[in-house]
Design a protein around this ligand. Structure first.
Ligand code: NAP
Ligand code: MG
Length: 504
């Protein structure tokens, strides 16, 4: 019998054997069971244009498909509005304004806004599912953020409707007339409420175009307007392409236009209305800096960084897409960040455990991928956690770049995807200079233990919003808007309301 010593040594385990074994034991052990949201989004196969309180056929006779970016399946057909439809919508809005909406006592208008808010709350799960299927963002975001925040904006502005005499001391606030609005795809329902609620509270009527990729919640909200008994023509929804948005913005009947979208398109719109007397607000792009000092609570900061850029797949205008980290803690922050990204769940947006959902469209996914190539070519170091992406749909793992300098395009241009560029700094002045070294100025974040630093940073950072020891927090009472190429005008709060009326 061989003794213990004489036993043949075990064959060394090859590395390729180790990994699947580890994945088998730990990967599946720690993997959550699927937890798909089951609510019915209650979609119709086809939606027409909402003009004058009714759904009407588009004059173009054309429709386009709305796609679920998580599985590339068609969700519904939407009407393709053209110039004649935009014209009809403005006429309906002007009739609604002249026939009494603008003169209605504020307390009466407020009742409609309260009703819309409550109906939205009643149908919250249905709207959250519809938004997730249309946009690709995880259900936990639409359920816990987009839909409740959209309702909150209607509630908040319902409260303003009968208090317009108190907006400015000794002066009264009057509506402007018909307002034209165009919104993007990253917060479809929330942007509808940001635009429509203040306009209606002051007594304006609205013609609005959602983004082609995400028009479902706009037509569903139109159903809520019907259910709320909103007078016909007060809100009109025109679905259709960017060119229709151009016609809507330049229409002579618009007393004011409000646009949220890219800086590039914002500039085109501004050129098209130059010389007219239209009032204008522009909420455009951003390249926010999230600034972490060495005295920051590092674990909370890492959560804030993740929330700042990987929330909503980085498709957030105020996303913290640049991380500026104090040199003494740079190694620690990056190590902890990588550890955190390894456990983020990328996948089915309808699963309640998903952290990172789908990118809104193939075109946007390709844009983001181009930026990854650019980053690598520029010499930055790219890192992605290992993750299994679903076989269909437009998915992208969270990505970080280290070794980034200020001249890199990935540090200067808005990528609008889950991509973080990491730079370092040594002094507070260097942090301020680097954070402000951008064409944009929408938001910034500061992580530090020192109140004095927060005050200095919030004074010197050229950004519309500066979050301290948190990121991506919103409230309807808090004005939001940009500096420089991030646009002008504010949305939310008293300042936002002022942009929708004239003081007399
Ligand atoms: P986008 O291409 O500028 O589109 C925004 C909207 O404008 C869409 O409804 C689009 O229609 C429409 N549009 C396109 N071309 C137009 C034209 N020539 N005239 C009038 N309208 C036109 O932006 P996006 O890619 O949808 O959205 C991402 C951008 O929005 C990012 O830059 C982001 O930073 C910005 N954003 C800013 C804020 C903010 O508050 N500052 C908030 C959210 C997003 P189609 O969809 O049919 O092309
Ligand atoms: Mg879609």
């Amino acid at each position: 019998m061989p003794t213990l010593q004489e036993k043949k040594p075990a064959r060394p385990i090859r590395r390729s054997h180790v990994r699947p074994l580890r994945e088998l034991i730990f990967g599946d052990l720690w993997e959550y069971d699927p937890a798909p949201e089951t609510a019915d989004p209650k979609l119709k196969p086809r939606y027409d244009l909402f003009i004058g309180g009714r759904f009407v056929l588009p004059a173009t006779g054309k429709y386009f498909d709305s796609i679920n970016p998580a599985n590339e399946q068609k969700l519904a057909e939407l009407a393709l509005g053209g110039a004649a439809d935009v014209d009809a919508a403005y006429q309906a809005a002007a009739r609604a304004f002249d026939s009494g909406w603008g003169r209605m006592p504020g307390r009466e208008r407020g009742k409609f806004l309260y009703r819309v808010a409550r109906l939205l709350q009643d149908r919250a799960r249905e709207f959250a599912v519809a938004e997730t299927m249309d946009n690709g963002k995880p259900i936990k975001e639409t359920r816990d953020f987009d839909v409740p925040m959209a309702a909150a904006h209607f509630f908040y502005h319902a409260g303003w409707a009968d208090k317009l005499d108190y907006v400015a001391p000794g002066r009264r606030m009057a509506p402007l007339g018909v307002v034209g609005q165009v919104i993007p795809w990253n917060f479809p329902l929330l942007m509808l409420s940001w635009k429509i609620a203040p306009a209606l509270a002051v007594g304006n009527c609205v013609v609005i175009k959602p983004a082609t990729n995400t028009s479902i919640t706009a037509v569903k909200l139109a159903e809520i307007f019907q259910d709320a008994g909103l007078p016909p023509g007060v809100v009109n929804v025109i679905t259709g392409p960017g060119a229709t948005g151009g016609i809507l913005m330049a229409h002579p009947a618009a007393a004011k236009i409000a646009f949220t979208g890219s800086t590039e398109v914002g500039k085109v719109i501004m050129r098209s209305v130059a010389g007219s007397d239209k009032r204008m607000t522009m909420e455009l792009g951003g390249k926010a800096a999230n600034i972490v000092f060495d005295d920051a609570p590092i674990d909370q900061a890492v959560e804030g960084i993740v929330n700042g850029i990987f929330f909503n797949q980085g498709q957030v205008c105020c996303a913290g897409s640049r991380l500026l980290v104090h040199e003494p803690v740079a190694g620690l922050v990056v190590a902890k960040l990588k550890q955190r990204l390894r456990v983020l769940r990328v996948g089915d947006p309808l699963d309640k455990n998903t952290d990172v959902g789908a990118i809104v469209s193939r075109a946007q996914l390709e844009t983001i991928q181009r930026y990854l190539d650019i980053g690598v070519k520029e010499g930055a170091e790219m890192w992605q956690p290992p993750c299994r992406l679903p076989p269909k749909g437009f998915f992208m793992p969270p990505t970080i770049f280290t070794g980034v300098t200020q001249s890199h395009r990935i540090a200067r241009e808005e990528i609008f995807g889950p991509v973080l560029s990491i730079l370092t700094f040594r002094t507070i002045d260097e942090a301020i200079e680097k954070a402000n070294n951008t064409a944009y100025g929408l938001s910034a974040g500061v992580w530090t233990d020192k109140g004095s630093r927060i005050l200095k940073m919030s004074t010197e950072l050229k950004a519309g919003v500066v979050w301290a020891n948190t990121f991506n927090k919103f409230d309807p009472a808090s004005p939001f808007g940009g500096y420089k190429e991030s646009g002008f005008g504010r949305e939310g709060g008293r300042q936002g309301l002022l942009d929708y009326g004239k003081l007399i």
